[in-house]
Ligand binder design. Structure first.
Ligand SMILES: [Zn+2]
Ligand SMILES: [Zn+2]
Length: 276
């Protein structure tokens, strides 16, 4: 089999950059509205009071970490198949962990890797191609992606709470159409972001605890149904226990779990332990 490989990440066109710009704009708007409008209006003494400064400081940190992990996930290589990769002849190809070949790349691909039609290459332990970071989410950038979703969910919920505190605990002049419109649009955006990011976070925490990717989940449902139909108990083959599942993605040091650039625990992403 030939060794031809196609390089490249997500698309670089203007169209592909629009969702990324939309995320950055949403983060910027959320920060401005939360700190300089809702918080400043809600807290007596404004954002420069002790309480105001505390909330502003915490929210600034959340926004910074959200943006930083977003940036790391967006610019990182999600995981390229090593140039010299080939199936290990001495390693009997266990069921479900065997290497396969990719017709489009005309090359072998390791277990858990998939070909991304947008990136036009195989990505290690591919989870999905994310429009919003204009990049694949795979073996090497799943941790920063997960941390981004976590901070985005926390930030959205934080903003929404401050928004409602301001809305219900202080007086507003909603006869001014621009003020009313600003609050209606901001409220809709914050509630939407809180719901979607919290749901996405819950979903990826579930996948993390099961050591599963979004792609594998589809096969998991089918295989589970087939196994249960024939009276067998089914377990995802890469599910090696809660603790091991988490440390495979976040690393062994709990103090570095929320650091998007702490990726020293990652290996080459071509081999994964399986449950016995
Ligand atoms: Zn491929
Ligand atoms: Zn992709």
């Amino acid at each position: 089999m030939g060794r031809k490989r196609r390089k490249g990440g997500g698309g670089n066109g203007v169209l592909q950059s629009l969702p990324v710009l939309a995320v950055v704009a949403a983060m910027g708007f959320d920060f401005y509205a939360t700190v300089f409008v809702f918080l400043d209006h809600w807290i007596a003494g404004g954002v420069q009071s002790d309480r105001g400064l505390f909330h502003a400081g915490v929210f600034t940190w959340i926004t910074f970490m959200c943006f930083f992990s977003f940036f790391v996930a967006a610019v990182s290589d999600p995981g390229s198949v090593p140039a010299n990769y080939g199936p290990d002849a001495e390693n009997p190809q266990k069921e479900g962990t065997k290497s396969r070949s990719c017709e489009k790349c005309d090359a072998y691909k390791p277990p858990r890797s998939h070909h991304c039609r947008v990136c036009k290459r195989c990505v290690l332990k591919m989870d999905h191609h994310c429009l919003w970071i204009n990049n694949c989410v795979g073996y090497s950038n799943y941790k920063p992606f997960l941390i981004f979703v976590l901070y985005a969910a926390i930030g959205s919920l934080y903003s929404t709470v401050i928004f409602f505190c301001d809305l219900f605990q202080t007086n507003h002049d909603f006869t001014m159409r621009s003020t009313a419109l600003f609050y209606v649009l901001s409220g809709c955006l914050l509630i939407f972001l809180s719901l979607t990011m919290s749901t996405l976070l819950g979903w990826h925490i579930y996948l993390l605890t099961k050591n599963m990717t979004t792609i594998e989940f589809r096969g998991f449902l089918r295989d589970k149904w087939l196994a249960e139909k024939s009276g067998e108990k089914y377990r995802h083959r890469f599910d090696i226990g809660l603790r091991n599942n988490i440390t495979q993605v976040l690393g062994p040091n709990i103090l570095k779990w929320l650091c998007p650039t702490s990726l020293g625990h990652l290996k080459d992403g071509t081999q994964f332990p399986v449950s016995s």
